[in-house]
Design a protein around this ligand. Structure first.
Ligand SMILES: [Zn+2]
Ligand SMILES: [Zn+2]
Length: 217
């Protein structure tokens, strides 16, 4: 669907928002299903390569990392760049889905925090650890070294080899392991742009150095 059509869908459903064509932004009041609302400013320039950048402009959320706002830019922290690419190529197919499934949920989570002083859903850590957690989640493994090796392979090789042994160490062929779910998870890794993979490899460097030091002898 054309982005202009996607914007029309959003405006039709979210009556508090308007499109500013000069800045390529969606702005105004985003109403949540429970009637609560947040003033937002949403830059569409990165979309659909990455999630749009969203700012809460009503001053309701403190600009702190533990409130999922990047202190330097003031934008909302939804998920990692890699995970946003996987979601945009699998389950989030339009701007309306992005708003309803990611943005609305984010603000609902914040409203919950305002009352309960905690979030109702778990999120990734911030910084390098969060990037690593994101990849382990995509792959369904808890091994940093294995994850790093797979990212390196995906960044270098254009094609997925489905006849290889599974990355999880089960000894089964990739396409047969866990009824094909590991193959599907590895396919998600190949949806991430090479430059994102290469950049995220840096996050793994410290974790791998620590592992190498601990396992030297
Ligand atoms: Zn966050
Ligand atoms: Zn497996």
């Amino acid at each position: 669907m054309q982005i202009s059509d996607q914007i029309d869908d959003v405006l039709c459903r979210h009556r508090g928002l308007y499109y500013n064509s000069k800045n390529n932004t969606l702005e105004g009041e985003l109403f949540l299903p429970d009637g609560d609302g947040y003033s937002i400013y949403m830059e569409l320039d990165l979309y659909p390569r990455f999630f749009p950048t969203v700012y809460e402009t009503g001053g309701r959320i403190p600009h702190k990392m533990d409130r999922h706002i990047y202190p330097d830019s003031g934008s909302c922290c939804f998920t990692t760049r890699a995970k946003s690419q996987v979601l945009l190529k699998t389950s989030i197919k339009s701007l309306l889905e992005f708003i309803d499934e990611i943005v609305v949920r984010y603000f609902e989570n914040n409203s919950y925090y305002e009352i309960n002083k905690k979030y109702f859903s778990d999120e990734y850590s911030h910084g390098d650890n969060g990037i690593i957690e994101g990849y382990k989640d995509i792959l369904g493994i808890n091994d940093t070294i294995k994850a790093a090796r797979l990212i390196l392979q995906a960044a270098k090789a254009p094609k997925l080899k489905i006849h290889q042994d599974c990355y999880c160490g089960s000894g089964k062929r990739l396409r047969k392991c866990k009824n094909g779910s590991h193959l599907n998870q590895l396919r998600q890794l190949y949806l991430i742009d090479k430059d994102v993979l290469k950049n995220d490899m840096l996050a793994f460097k410290d974790a791998i150095d620590t592992y190498m030091t601990e396992n030297q002898d």
